[in-house]
Unconditional design. Structure first.
Lengths: 678, 320
C-alpha cells in the first residue's frame, strides 16, 4: 500500500506550498491559487483516509524531523475515517472559499496572512489523526489550534467582537493543551515510551489511579475541543465570528478530532477502563446534547445557532462513545462495536450537513451582511439555490427521514435500546435516560431548524438588506453542491461507507457488526434484529407524493388555474413583514417551558406619559438568554483573575524610581539566594 | 399474495375510513352534547366541496406552502402502509420500524410548521411555534415508550411487537405494558392534536395550535390538510389498537383471517374513536404552558415502563 504515504506526502507538499503562495501572490490570483492548493490538500488527505478505510495501513518514523523524539506517523482505519471526513470537508470548503474570498477584497479571509495559514490549517486537520507519538500529536494539535486561531481572527478589523471571541478561544484551547500535555506526559512517563505503540503496551501495567488520572485529563481536553458542555464556551463565540469557510472547517472537521482523541486514547491506547470513566463521558455527552440544542433553540444569530447545534451533535456522538465504553467494560464487545459504529457514523453525517449549513449561512451573511434571523426572511425567492441547500442540510440536522442525520441517530437509538442486553442495573437506568436525551435533542433540533429555515429563509424580508440579497457566486454554490451531494449519498446509501466503518471500529479492538451495507442498515444481535432502508423510505414517500398530487389534480380537474389571493388580514389591511413571527417569538414557548434551565433575563421598562400614570408613552422590552453554565462556571474564575490583576496593579504605579527599586532588590535577593544556597 | 391484499385492504380502509372516523367522532360528540350533528358522512362532503373549489396561493408564499399538504398526506399514506393494522405478515414487515413510524409522523408535522412560517403571518408563525414546542416535548415520551415496548419483543419492528403481543397476551397486562399504554396514549393525543393538548375545532387565537398553522389554506389544499390530519388520527388510533389490543390480527397467509382482522380493526378503531370523542366532551383544553406538565407526566410513565419491564421482566420471564 504505497498509496497512503504518497497521498500524505502530496498533501503535505501542497499544504506547505500554500504558505508562500498565500504570502507572495498578488490579491488577484491569491484566492484562486491558495484555494486550489487547499482543495488539493483535502483531496490528497481524503484519498489517504479512504485508502486506510479500505484496509490499508501505514506507519513511518522520521527520527530527524523533530528534535529529541523524532516524528512518528501511523494510519489505521480509525485515523482513516477522520482523515476521509476532514479531506472531503476541506476539499469542498476550499472550493467554496475561493468564491467567498473573491468578492471580499484583501481583508478578512482574503488577506495575505489568512490565506497563508488556511492551507496549513487544512493540512493539520488531516495530519493529527496520523500522528503516532505523543510529541508528534501534541505538535500537530497545537499547530492546528494556532492556525485556526489566526483564521478566527481574520475579520478582526471589521468587528471588535472577533477579538473577544479569539481571546476566549486562545485561552480555552491552551488550557486544553495544558491538560492534554499533562495527561499524556504522565502517561508516557509511566508507560516508558512516547510512541503510541509504547503507550499501548505500557498501559496494562499502570496502576488504576494513574490510568484514571490520564483518562480524566485527556478526556477533559478532548471534550473541550469537541465543544462539549461545560467546556464549550469558546465554541459559540469563535464559530460565529470566524469567516464562514473557517467556521465550516472548525465545526465539521476540527471538533471531530476531539472525538478522535477520546476514542484513540480511551479505547486504543488505554484499552478501555472502569465504568465510571464512561458514565462520566456519557453524562457530559448527554448534558451537551440537551443543553446545546436548548441554547440553539434560543439563539437568533444563525451562526451561533449552528455552533450550539455542533455542541449538541458532538454530545450525541460522545454519548455513543461513552456507551461503547460501558458495554466494553461489561464484556459485550459486539454491542460496543455497534454503538461505536453509530457514533462514528454520526460524526461523518454531522460533518457533511454542518459544513453545508455553515456554507449556506456564510452565503446569507455575504449577501445580506446579517446573521440575525430576526432581520432576515424572504431569502428563498432571492437566493433559491442557497435556500434549497440550507433546507437539505437542515433535513440532515433534524434527524428525520430522508435526511442523513436520521440514519446515524436511528443506529444510535437501536444500539442504546439493544444495550439493555448488557446485564447490570447501571445500564438499566442509564440507557432509558440516554434514549430520552437523544429523543429530546432530536425533537428540539426539529424546532431549531424549522426556526432557522422558516424565519430566516421563508416568508417576506424583514429588512432592506434581506430584500436586496442576491444569489452567491458560482464557486460558493459549487462547494456547497459537493457537500449536498455528500449528504444525499450518505442519506440514501449509507452502505457507501462499506466495510470502512467496521474496520474503523475494529481498529480499537471491537468486533465489526456490519451495521451498514448496500442501501440499508441492519442490526443483528442475539435475539434482536432491526433494519432500516433509507432508500425505500424515499421511494415510498415519492410514490405516495405522486399519488396524492395526481389524485388531487384529478379530483379538482375542473379548476386548474391557481389564483393568487391576499393573506388573511382580519380586515385590518395587508399585514406588514414586521407582524411575522421572528426567531425570538418562535422560541418563546420553549423558553418558557425550559425557564428553570435557561434562566432568561427579561426587562420591561414602561414609561408613562407625564400627565397620567395610566397612559403609556413608551415600552421597552429586553429579553436575553445568557449561557447559564458559562455564567456560573466561568464568571467567578474570570472575576478572581481580574481582581488578582487589579491588586497587582498597585505594584506598577508608574514611578520609575519604584521600578528601579524592584530591579535592585530583585538582584540583591537573587544574589543572596545564590550565596546562601550554594 | 395475501400479504399484498392485506396492504391494499388496509390502505383502502384507512383512506375511506379516515373521514368517516372523524364524522363518527363529531357525531358522537354532538349527540352527547344534545345536538343533532351533521351526520357521519359530513367530512367526506367537506372534502368533495373543497376539492371543487379553485386552488389559491396566498401572495408571498412559496414552495413550502404548496408542498406541505401533499407531503403530509404522503407521510400518512406511507404510515398506513407500514403500520400493521390487519396483518403482521405483509411484504413490508421488515421495513415497519417503530422509530421510522415516529419519525415519519414528525416529518409531516415539520412540513406543516414550515408552511405556517412560510405565510409570514402572525397566525402561521404562532401555530408553527406552538406545534414544534409540543412536538419536541412529545418525542422523548414516544421513544421511551417505544423502548419499553421493544424490550419483551427484542426488536423495534412493529409486526414483531404486535405478533408477540398477540401470542402472549400476558405482556399487555404486565405493569410495563400498562404503563406503556398510558404513556403512548397521551403521546397519541398530542401527536394527533386532540383535547386536552389541542382543540381541532377552535378558531380562537389563544387556543389554536394546528388550526393557526393552516389558517391560510383554502380549497383543495385545505382538503388535503384536513384529510392528512384525519389519516394521522386514524393510523395512530389503529396503531394503539394493534399494540394494545392485537387480538384478531392476521399473523399468517389466510385470506379469511385478513378479512376478519379488517372487520375487527375497524370496530376497534371505531370504539377507540367514540371513547375519545366521549372523553373530549368532559375535558377542557389545557393551557399551552400546562401541556408540558402533562407530557412530563407521560414521560415519567414511559420511563417507569422501561424500568418495570427490565426489573420485573428479569425476575419473571427470564427473557434476558
Amino acid at each position: 500500500m504505497s498509496l497512503i504515504p504518497a497521498a500524505l506526502a502530496t498533501a503535505t507538499a501542497l499544504g506547505v506550498a500554500g504558505v508562500p503562495a498565500g504570502l507572495i501572490l498578488p490579491q488577484r490570483v491569491r484566492g484562486a491559487l491558495v484555494g486550489s492548493l487547499t482543495a488539493g490538500v483535502g483531496v490528497a488527505g481524503g484519498t489517504a483516509g479512504v485508502a486506510a478505510l479500505g484496509g490499508g495501513r501505514f506507519s513511518a518514523s522520521a527520527p530527524g524531523l523533530l528534535p529529541l523524539a523524532g516524528a512518528h506517523f501511523a494510519v489505521d482505519a480509525l485515523s482513516g475515517l477522520f482523515m476521509a471526513v476532514a479531506g472531503a470537508v476541506v476539499a469542498a470548503v476550499a472550493v467554496y472559499g475561493i468564491g467567498y474570498v473573491a468578492g471580499h477584497g484583501s481583508h478578512g479571509l482574503g488577506s495575505r496572512g489568512a490565506q497563508a495559514v488556511l492551507p496549513l490549517f487544512a493540512l493539520t486537520l488531516l495530519l493529527v489523526p496520523a500522528a503516532a507519538a505523543v510529541s508528534t500529536f501534541l505538535l500537530l494539535w497545537e499547530l492546528m489550534a494556532l492556525t485556526s486561531l489566526l483564521l478566527v481572527l481574520a475579520e478582526h478589523r471589521a468587528r471588535p467582537a472577533v477579538r473577544e471571541a479569539a481571546v476566549w478561544y486562545a485561552v480555552m484551547t491552551h488550557l486544553g493543551l495544558v491538560l492534554l500535555l499533562a495527561g499524556l506526559s504522565v502517561y508516557a512517563a509511566q508507560a516508558g515510551g512516547e510512541t503510541f505503540a509504547a503507550l499501548r503496551s505500557g498501559s496494562g501495567a499502570m496502576s488504576p489511579t494513574v490510568r484514571g488520572l490520564v483518562f480524566v485529563l485527556t478526556a477533559t481536553a478532548f471534550t473541550s475541543k469537541a465543544g462539549l458542555v461545560p467546556l464549550h464556551a469558546w465554541l459559540p463565540r469563535a464559530h460565529p465570528e470566524a469567516p464562514s469557510a473557517v467556521s465550516a472547517l472548525m465545526s465539521a472537521a476540527m471538533v471531530n478530532l476531539g472525538v478522535y482523541g477520546l476514542v484513540r486514547v480511551g479505547f486504543d491506547l488505554l484499552g478501555g477502563g472502569p465504568a465510571w470513566w464512561w458514565l462520566l463521558v456519557m453524562a457530559m455527552g448527554g448534558l451537551s446534547a440537551v443543553y446545546g440544542i436548548l441554547q440553539a433553540a434560543m439563539a437568533s444569530d444563525l451562526k451561533r445557532l449552528l455552533a450550539y447545534s455542533t455542541s449538541e451533535n458532538m454530545g450525541l456522538v460522545v454519548l455513543g462513545v461513552g456507551a461503547a465504553g460501558l458495554f466494553a467494560h461489561a464484556g459485550d464487545k459486539a454491542l460496543a462495536g455497534l454503538v461505536l459504529a453509530a457514533a462514528l457514523l454520526h460524526v461523518v453525517n454531522h460533518s457533511a450537513f454542518k459544513s453545508l449549513l455553515f456554507g449556506a449561512a456564510g452565503s446569507v451573511l455575504r449577501a445580506t451582511g446579517e446573521r440575525n434571523l430576526d432581520l432576515l426572511g424572504g431569502l428563498r425567492a432571492r437566493m433559491p439555490i442557497t435556500a434549497g441547500l440550507f433546507a437539505l442540510g437542515a433535513l440532515g440536522a433534524v434527524a428525520l427521514p430522508p435526511g442523513n442525520g436520521f440514519v446515524s441517530e436511528w443506529l444510535l437509538l437501536q444500539s442504546m435500546i439493544h444495550g439493555l442486553a448488557v446485564p447490570g442495573v447501571t445500564t438499566a437506568i442509564v440507557l432509558p435516560l440516554a434514549v430520552a436525551v437523544i429523543a429530546l435533542s432530536a425533537g428540539l433540533a426539529a424546532a431549531v431548524f424549522v426556526k432557522a429555515l422558516g424565519v430566516g429563509f421563508f416568508a417576506r424580508p424583514r429588512t432592506a438588506q434581506a430584500a436586496a440579497a442576491q444569489e452567491s457566486p458560482l464557486l460558493m454554490l459549487a462547494g456547497m453542491a459537493l457537500l449536498a451531494a455528500l449528504c444525499t449519498a450518505l442519506a440514501l446509501v449509507p452502505g457507501l461507507l462499506g466495510d470502512g466503518l467496521d474496520r474503523a471500529v475494529a481498529a480499537v479492538g471491537f468486533a465489526g457488526m456490519h451495521p451498514v451495507s448496500g442501501g440499508g442498515l441492519r442490526v443483528r444481535l442475539d435475539e434482536v434484529s432491526a433494519s432500516l432502508s433509507p432508500l425505500w423510505v424515499v421511494v415510498a414517500l415519492t410514490v405516495a407524493l405522486g399519488a396524492v398530487t395526481a389524485a388531487t389534480r384529478w379530483a379538482s380537474r375542473r379548476q386548474r388555474r391557481r389564483m393568487n389571493a391576499r393573506l388573511w388580514d382580519c380586515g385590518g389591511g395587508a399585514p406588514t413583514p414586521r407582524m411575522a413571527y421572528t426567531a425570538t417569538s418562535f422560541a418563546e414557548p420553549l423558553q418558557r417551558v425550559f425557564d428553570d434551565v435557561l434562566a432568561p433575563e427579561q426587562d420591561v421598562d414602561v414609561t408613562p406619559v407625564r400627565e397620567s400614570a395610566y397612559l403609556v408613552e413608551r415600552v421597552a422590552f429586553r429579553n436575553r438568554v445568557p449561557d447559564r453554565i458559562e455564567h456560573r462556571l466561568y464568571r467567578p474564575v474570570l472575576d478572581f483573575l481580574a481582581a488578582a490583576g487589579q491588586s497587582a496593579r498597585r505594584l506598577a504605579g508608574g514611578s520609575v524610581h519604584a521600578y528601579l527599586g524592584y530591579g535592585f532588590f530583585g538582584l540583591v535577593a537573587l544574589l543572596v539566594v545564590l550565596v546562601v544556597g550554594w | 399474495m395475501v400479504g399484498y391484499t392485506a396492504i391494499v385492504l388496509q390502505v383502502g380502509a384507512v383512506v375511506a375510513g379516515a373521514p368517516l372516523l372523524t364524522g363518527l367522532m363529531r357525531q358522537t360528540r354532538a349527540r352527547l352534547e344534545g345536538r343533532a350533528g351533521a351526520g357521519v358522512l359530513q367530512p367526506w362532503r367537506d372534502v368533495r366541496k373543497l376539492l371543487r373549489k379553485e386552488p389559491i396561493t396566498p401572495v408571498g408564499t412559496g414552495p413550502a406552502f404548496r408542498w406541505a399538504p401533499p407531503l403530509l398526506v404522503a407521510t400518512s399514506l406511507v404510515l398506513a402502509v407500514l403500520v400493521p393494522l390487519v396483518s403482521t405478515d405483509t411484504p413490508v414487515r421488515a421495513r415497519a420500524d417503530l422509530i421510522l413510524v415516529v419519525s415519519l409522523l414528525a416529518l409531516g408535522t415539520l412540513a406543516l410548521a414550515l408552511a405556517g412560517l412560510d405565510t409570514g403571518t402572525a397566525f402561521g408563525g404562532m401555530g408553527a411555534s406552538r406545534e414544534m414546542t409540543i412536538a419536541a416535548l412529545v418525542e422523548p415520551t414516544i421513544l421511551v415508550a417505544v423502548f419499553a415496548l421493544s424490550i419483551p419483543a427484542g426488536s423495534t419492528n412493529l409486526p414483531v411487537i404486535v405478533a408477540g403481543a398477540a401470542d402472549q397476551p400476558a405482556r399487555l397486562t404486565s405493569p410495563a405494558g400498562l404503563l406503556a399504554i398510558a404513556a403512548l396514549a397521551v403521546a397519541v393525543l398530542a401527536e394527533s392534536g386532540r383535547l386536552p393538548v389541542d382543540n381541532p375545532s377552535t378558531h380562537l387565537e389563544l387556543t389554536m395550535v394546528h388550526e393557526a398553522m393552516v389558517l391560510e389554506y383554502a380549497g383543495p389544499d385545505l382538503a388535503l390538510v384536513e384529510f392528512g390530519a384525519q389519516l394521522r388520527l386514524t393510523v395512530l388510533l389503529g396503531l394503539l389498537a394493534s399494540l394494545f389490543a392485537p387480538w384478531g390480527i392476521a399473523t399468517g397467509a389466510s385470506l379469511t383471517a385478513v378479512l376478519l382482522a379488517l372487520l375487527l380493526v375497524v370496530l376497534k378503531v371505531m370504539v377507540l374513536g367514540m371513547a375519545l370523542a366521549a372523553a373530549e366532551v368532559f375535558w377542557a383544553k389545557l393551557r399551552l404552558f400546562r401541556v408540558p406538565e402533562l407530557l412530563a407526566g407521560s414521560f415519567l410513565l414511559a420511563l417507569l415502563a422501561v424500568t418495570a419491564s427490565y426489573f420485573l421482566g428479569a425476575e419473571g420471564g427470564g427473557a434476558r
